[in-house]
Design a protein around this ligand. Structure first.
Ligand SMILES: [Zn+2]
Length: 400
């Protein structure tokens, strides 16, 4: 058993999610790192004896059989793995006859530590703790504003979304005829203040509930952003997260994009930059020396085979495609008219899932010490990568 990657976990969760039991007979067991396995075994034996009280004969039989399988499986471990262990076991029903279901067991060493012990028996598997490991942990917010209006955007993973926009009723600097200058200015100042208060309320409402919010950037043309950031408009918890003020030429969505672009040094670990830069690098290399780039499924597999791939970029949505795999050499490729493998010429071809291909790439990248960036689709750079067949590698040396 080895620790599963996030990609692999995603696939396992999809599979587990679809499984159902007849009754409450599917067991989900989460063992945190460091937990003594003897204790867990004792706990399970107790649950086994308790299960004897279950009235329904089939459910009783299935729950006890599942606990037995888990106890059996735990014998494979001398101690709890580094990140703990999640075990899903039970009589999975495939809609056939009651009593004919078979006990299945899936054990997962998750990519991140399991924090609490959970034992749950239900008609479906309890997956939330593992699903939480796949969620985007780093969220950033950008408020782009001037005295005329503001846009609030949230950056999650590699994409951003504008979650709120508002306009101010601040009059332009030129007073109407007949009004005294001083009165006009006082009125204007008050309108600005009201607008900042309103913007603060909007930002608090949108951003305070985001637990994972890490940093906030306040951007925009002119000095309104300073006034807003320094004043008492944002909730103090949000104020602590403001890590920079960034000048932009625009407001609105254009301003948001500009602010994200200019905040690179402030948000250095954000995925949005890593993905974009990884794709940009491929295109730069291509224009300089195309022999040092492989793109498309088969060329990248060849590069990995001879350990020439150094940096890989793969479009996440490749996982959802239907591919073909050669049973002789293990190469994947896009199915087309040709019934032969483009690598070895073999004709023993089977349909394969894109996610299996991604797992192969992930594994081979790790083995050959190549870096791998998974690129989110429906982004600008994701679309660029799509043009290269959704996968590309920068090579250590040119290959034929
Ligand atoms: Zn082949």
């Amino acid at each position: 058993m080895t620790r599963v990657s996030k990609l692999h976990l995603k696939r396992l969760l999809k599979e587990l999610k679809s499984k159902r039991g007849w009754g409450t007979e599917l067991i989900s067991l989460y063992i945190p790192a460091g937990r003594n396995l003897h204790e867990v075994t004792r706990y399970l034996r107790f649950e086994y004896s308790q299960a004897a009280n279950i009235k329904d004969k089939n459910t009783r039989k299935n729950v006890q059989a599942a606990i037995k399988s888990i106890l059996q499986h735990l014998k494979l471990y001398r101690s709890t793995p580094e990140n703990g262990l999640a075990i899903f076991c039970g009589a999975v029903s495939y809609g056939n006859v009651r009593g004919e279901e078979k006990i299945e067991l899936i054990a997962i060493e998750p990519p991140e530590p399991i924090t609490s012990f959970i034992y749950r028996c239900s008609s479906e598997f309890y997956l939330e703790p593992l699903e939480a490991q796949l969620e985007e942990k780093e969220v950033y917010a950008v408020i782009v504003m001037d005295r005329g209006g503001a846009a609030i955007a949230v950056i999650k993973g590699a994409s951003y979304k504008i979650v709120d926009e508002l306009n101010s009723d601040v009059p332009s600097k030129h007073r109407a005829g007949g009004q005294s200058q001083r009165r006009f200015e006082r009125g204007r100042e008050e309108a600005v203040k009201r607008y900042y208060v309103r913007l603060g309320e909007h930002a608090n409402k949108m951003l305070l509930p985001i637990k994972e919010l890490k940093h906030i950037i306040i951007a925009g043309p002119g000095d309104a952003k300073e006034e807003f950031a320094n004043g008492d408009y944002l909730n103090y918890m949000l104020k602590q997260k403001v890590i920079g003020l960034v000048d932009t030429a625009y407001t609105g969505e254009t301003g948001v994009r500009e602010a994200i672009y200019k905040s690179r040094s402030l948000l250095s670990d954000a995925r949005i930059y890593k993905e974009r830069e990884a794709v940009q690098e491929v295109f730069e290399r291509l224009s300089k020396d195309s022999r040092l780039v492989a793109y498309g499924i088969v060329p990248v597999e060849k590069a990995l085979l001879v350990r020439a791939a150094d940096r890989l970029v793969v479009l996440e949505s490749l996982a959802d495609e239907v591919l073909a795999r050669c049973n002789s050499c293990g190469f994947f490729f896009k199915p087309d008219r040709s019934p032969r493998c483009p690598q070895c010429g073999g004709s023993d071809i089977a349909e394969a899932k894109g996610e299996e291909f991604l797992e192969k790439i992930e594994e081979e990248a790790a083995q050959t010490k190549a870096t791998l960036v998974i690129v989110t689709d429906k982004t600008e750079w994701g679309e660029q990568l799509q043009k290269l067949g959704g996968i590309a590698a920068i090579l250590r040396y040119a290959i034929e």
